[in-house]
Design a protein around this ligand. Structure first.
Ligand SMILES: [Zn+2]
Length: 968
């Protein structure tokens, strides 16, 4: 930061006209300031009456008069976008004053600068504050002392101004005026004013910044925000407060109770913008679980949530059993029993749900097992119960239970439907002690061995059963399968040896290891054996066949003999593609912690590892035929990503360098593969391209909408799994990343799920996505969809109609008595830079006065809208035309924003209520008077009512998308 000493002080004799003004200021200051209290807040004591506050300086022309020229000069520099001169001027003037008066002068300039209250990210106030921040940092102790002398009234006034500004100004003002320091309780009065106006969002941001959460009850801020589904604000608000986190989840859990009357509760609160559907137990319990995980709380604080989630998993299990028919009865029974536990309500629910699937006899069995009182049972269940006891006397129930599996999973049926391998008894060896582990090691660690690897653990359907550990690890050679009993092998005395075994296994470069979607396996293994972290990360000669499968598909070279009907997923699908039959997954979800394992479990576990070797051999042979020169290991490596940073190079050993070189080759290869994939994929117009975006990619989603893509974006409270459901039902491709990608991709067709790189900026992600799916974007597609609501229908409104709407709204507001924003209402024009309109709303500029995913459904425009950067030194790419002044809306590049097919003509305008005949409220409040006078034609989103117009900036923004617009 350049803060050169003020030159004009020492060069009095040779100053220019501008210099003269500055000298006048400097010299007049000394005399005035010594007995002028306007700059010294600590001198304002209560004794001086109502005009004691420092702002009285504003009314009191005599005290601030000498600083008017300084202010004018600053504004002049600001208009010329010369931040450097503003800084120098500030430093010069501050250094001529004692530090005790610095805050006063800065406050005066902030208060009087034109654009501070417009919530723009870039303001003169920000420049001043950043410079002042540098000055303060150089002498922190002194300013600390000064801040302690500030009166409550003074701090309150600073806060009032700060909350009218953009978040970056707000944050700096809180810091530089010590508003967040202890002893600031009196500032709560300002938050109370916000609450009285139902400004819960603003109140929460303010209370969070000032650390005053402890002064408010849940009902004051947190619950209203939850009602309005502004959950991320709640998270920030409660983050530093353990006691509020606990209170909140307990309270919310109460709302999940079956006896809770949600409707009358919500009515009694009467919070504007309440999203009732978000408060139903289904959504609320998700939120609770999310908070419990996020803040590491004890889930047993929330008994209702637990019960609700268990009930959900019971329903899911019934679905699996009766609709999907994808679970053996034994497995199912184990899981149901675990989910019910000792909860009587859940017991009755199980019986009732079984009835709803028309399985009276099983309902009766469970009623009997749970010992439910007979008078509470449905007559049909009672009947079935009688029959059951009759049968019971004839033959033993036990044999029937055991036969159940055979009836469903009969041998001959298995033979015909599923991929099979009949292991002889001595082919499967259970490894449950150290000496057997040593035997296993001898077989496994043969050079150029290929080992199939899989792991099993008890499924945790619910949060209660979260603490699962790896139960079985299967390692298979071409002749033998080892089932490592990880429960028998656990225990301190074995830990070192078992850890050593796996670390040798993973790091051995001569043994090829095969997995399928092994990331989750690795995560579980790391959880059980934290020591293995580094050997798993640095694993050698590992091939994930799920990745191979994906790449083989992209090559589209006819590698697979069979076709998938899309019903099978994951490894089962891969086996089907290679050998014509899927795997039998009936045991997948069984209880892997029982000992000894059932025979069906042993067979299933062994085959899951062994079939990897079968697939490997098959694919290698096919690749030799189809693509000579490309083997399976290369095919796998072709999708591995580049190492993230090369910063740690100095520490790297030779091995690591070799690995990096290998990975560079891989990256080149990957790009080649992308080319291949692209050649195979037919191009698609962005208007026909449909995606569902996971909730960590909301920024990307909005960018894609701006390119005309039909984008559904998951909300923060949605589970990742919802993406798969939407993708299937609405024929959309999934954009996600990281771990969710690995789970989601198995739920949709090959190539319909993309792992988006999160280390990229949203703009670059857009380019990646469009390239990956070969999507063509033309300049006409830009802005064809509303970024807020994804609609692609607009209503054209002419200037006269828009003016009328605007005036009606203004009148309505005035008669309502409370102007929403007195500042911008009193001077609507001085904030408007030419051609800056809501089109720039997508901008992902930093530090806005809000959280990024919260703005979409918010009608409070002063918190939402901000123009694109207008100053020259802002980080706008150089491709932009730098001069944005004087470019009238129609000056150049006659842009037709919207084609005819995007316009609706069937809607009429209800001027009094500012809405269309489909009840969409037109957001006229976003338009400033200066725009109204200049722009002839407006386009209003027919769904969310957002108003767009064409201006010089439209072209500029279009150019931001230059990199994705197709040339042809
Ligand atoms: Zn819209």
């Amino acid at each position: 930061m350049s803060t050169e000493p003020p030159t004009f002080e020492s060069t009095n004799s040779t100053v220019s006209v501008t210099g003269v003004i500055e000298i006048v200021i400097l010299s007049s200051k000394r005399g005035d300031m010594s007995h002028n209290s306007a700059w010294t807040p600590q001198e304002h004591t209560g004794a001086e009456g109502p005009s004691r506050m420092p702002s009285s300086a504003r009314q009191d022309e005599t005290t601030t008069a000498p600083y008017e020229p300084l202010l004018l000069r600053m504004k002049d520099y600001w208009n010329k976008r010369d931040k450097q001169l503003i800084k120098q001027l500030l430093v010069a003037n501050l250094s001529s004053l004692p530090p005790a008066k610095h805050h006063g002068l800065v406050f005066f300039m902030l208060d009087r600068s034109d654009n501070l209250r417009t919530k723009k990210a870039d303001s003169m106030g920000l420049v001043i504050l950043r410079e002042f921040d540098c000055i303060v940092q150089r002498n922190e102790k002194e300013y600390e002392r000064i801040m302690q002398t500030f009166t409550d009234d003074y701090k309150l006034e600073v806060l009032q101004l700060a909350t009218m500004a953009h978040n970056n100004v707000f944050t700096l003002m809180c810091k530089l005026y010590g508003l967040d320091k202890p002893g600031n309780e009196s500032l709560a009065s300002h938050i109370n004013v916000m609450l009285a106006r139902h400004q819960y969002k603003e109140a929460s941001i303010c209370a969070t910044a000032l650390n005053l959460q402890y002064l408010f009850k849940l009902e004051d801020i947190v619950l209203p925000l939850i009602f309005q589904d502004k959950v991320n604000l709640v998270e920030l608000y409660i983050k530093p407060r353990k006691e509020i986190q606990k209170q909140l989840v307990i309270r919310l859990d109460g709302y999940c109770s079956r006896r809770f009357d949600l409707q009358s509760f919500v009515d009694s609160f009467n919070i504007p913008g309440t999203r009732l559907e978000k408060l139903r137990p289904k959504n609320l319990s998700k939120l609770i679980v999310r908070l419990v995980k996020m803040f590491n709380l004890d889930i047993t604080l929330c008994p209702n949530t637990l019960q609700f989630r268990e009930l959900g998993s019971i329903r899911y299990l019934l679905y699996k059993k009766y609709i999907e028919k994808s679970m053996s009865h034994t497995t199912w029974d184990e899981l149901i029993t675990a989910a019910v536990g000792t909860d009587e309500y859940l017991m009755r629910e199980v019986v009732e749900l079984l009835m709803s699937y028309n399985d009276a006899s099983l309902a009766a069995k469970f009623a009997h097992r749970f010992n439910l009182p007979k008078d509470s049972l449905h007559p049909v269940v009672l009947n079935a119960l009688k029959e059951l006891s009759l049968n019971e006397s004839k033959s033993s129930v036990n044999t029937e239970e055991e036969n159940w599996d055979d009836a469903h999973d009969g041998y001959s049926e298995m033979e015909s439907k599923f991929h099979q391998f009949h292991f002889k008894d001595d082919c499967i060896l259970t490894v449950d002690n150290i000496s057997k582990l040593k035997m296993c090691a001898q077989t496994i660690f043969q050079p150029s061995n290929v080992i199939g690897m899989d792991m099993e653990w008890k499924p945790s359907l619910t949060i209660k059963q979260n603490a699962s550990q790896i139960s079985v690890v299967q390692l298979s050679t071409a002749n033998q399968v080892f089932l490592l009993d990880m429960i028998a092998l656990s225990g301190n005395e074995n830990e070192q040896l078992v850890g050593r075994f796996f670390s040798d296994f993973f790091l051995n470069p001569d043994v090829i290891k095969l997995g399928y979607g092994a990331e989750t396996d690795f995560l579980m293994l790391k959880k059980s054996y934290p020591l293995l972290q580094s050997s798993i990360r640095d694993r050698q000669a590992f091939v994930d066949l799920a990745v191979v499968q994906e790449n083989a598909f992209k090559m589209n070279a006819g590698i697979f003999q069979y076709e998938s009907d899309g019903r099978e997923k994951g490894l089962s699908e891969l086996v089907l593609l290679c050998f014509g039959k899927p795997l039998n997954k009936m045991e997948q979800m069984s209880n892997w912690e029982i000992r000894p394992l059932r025979k069906a479990q042993v067979q299933y576990a062994a085959l899951d590892a062994y079939c990897l070797i079968e697939v490997y051999n098959y694919l290698n042979a096919r690749l030799k035929e189809v693509t000579p020169g490309l083997d399976l290991v290369q095919l796998y490596a072709s999708s591995q990503t580049k190492p993230k940073t090369s910063r740690e190079k100095t520490k790297k050993n030779k091995k690591a360098i070799r690995r990096e070189k290998q990975q560079q080759k891989v990256e080149t290869f990957r790009q080649g593969m992308e080319q291949v994939a692209k050649l195979q994929r037919p191009s698609i117009s962005s208007r026909d391209f449909r995606v569902v975006c996971d909730n960590m990619l909301q920024g990307l989603g909005r960018y894609l909408r701006a390119c005309g893509v039909d984008v559904k974006i998951l909300e923060n409270s949605d589970d990742h799994d919802l993406a798969a459901k939407i993708a299937r039902e609405e024929h959309r491709v999934i954009l996600t990343s990281g771990l969710p990608f690995h789970t989601l991709k198995s739920h949709v067709q090959e190539g319909c799920c993309m792992d988006v790189r999160t280390d990229l900026k949203a703009q670059d992600q857009v380019a990646d996505v469009l390239r990956y799916f070969n999507v063509k974007v033309t300049s006409k597609d830009i802005f064809s969809r509303c970024q807020v609501c994804n609609s692609n229908k607009y209503v054209a409104v002419n200037q006269a109609d828009m003016k009328r709407l605007w005036l009606e709204r203004k009148l309505a507001r005035a008669s309502a008595g409370t102007p929403r924003d007195p500042v911008s209402a009193s001077r609507p024009c001085d904030a408007v830079s030419p051609g800056i309109g809501p089109l720039s709303n997508y901008s992902d500029e930093e530090d806005e006065f809000e959280t990024p995913d919260d703005d979409v459904d918010d009608d409070n425009n002063e918190f939402v809208y901000k123009g694109p950067a207008t100053s020259k030194d802002h980080s706008s790419p150089s491709a932009f035309p730098s001069a944005d002044d004087g470019r009238g809306p129609e000056s150049e590049g006659v842009h037709k924003m919207y084609d005819k097919d995007l316009l609706r003509t069937d809607l009429s305008i209800d001027f009094r209520n500012a809405r269309f005949s489909n009840n969409t409220i037109i957001q006229v409040d976003n338009i400033l008077e200066g725009v109204l006078n200049n722009v002839q034609l407006y386009y209003v989103c027919s769904e969310c009512g957002k108003v767009f117009w064409e201006g010089g900036h439209f072209q500029r923004i279009s150019e931001q998308f230059g990199h994705v617009i197709s040339k042809d």
